[in-house]
Design a binder for this molecule. Structure first.
Ligand SMILES: [Zn+2]
Length: 153
């Protein structure tokens, strides 16, 4: 829920920024002059307005791409950026283990596996959530020492 809420918040901020940019464009750019007692359309007949709309559209698409790209590489639990990319698999032995990149959350919440080879269509990234990392580590210590571990301080 927190993950999708953060995406929604970023989209709302982007829409707000681009809405204010649109209002600024409409108010700052002059309307085209009348020609033969007719007001020509802005888009397609006014070169300045058409080029500004093109730039606005490209900026909007770029912002949406960056928002989705940033969201894809965030932890689903704590929203921190995923780190430590590790290349797994092999490009020469695709049948045994296709190449992929794995990213982890530094706080042990999970692992994101992103396929590097997309020959059978779009392979979506898979998120594997981990259990509590400290509980797992203390469990290993208990089995080694035969008793509960000493506190870390
Ligand atoms: Zn995390």
């Amino acid at each position: 829920m927190k993950y999708w809420g953060y995406l929604l918040a970023k989209l709302v901020v982007a829409v707000g920024v681009f809405t204010s940019l649109w209002v600024g464009m409409v108010s700052w750019l002059p309307a085209p002059e009348t020609f033969n007692h007719r007001q020509p359309a802005r888009l397609g007949q006014d070169l300045t307005w058409t080029m500004v709309i093109l730039l606005f559209f490209l900026l909007f698409c770029g912002a949406l791409y960056l928002i989705v790209w940033d969201q894809r590489y965030r932890c689903r639990t704590c929203l921190r950026r995923l780190r430590m990319p590790v290349t797994m698999g092999s490009w020469t032995n695709v049948l045994l283990g296709p190449p992929r990149t794995e990213y982890i959350c530094l706080y042990g919440h999970g692992t994101l596996r992103v396929a590097d080879l997309q020959i059978t269509g779009l392979v979506r990234a898979s998120w594997e959530e981990h259990d509590d990392m400290w509980k797992e580590l203390f469990g290993v210590e208990e089995t080694r020492a035969g008793g509960p571990p000493a506190p870390p301080y």
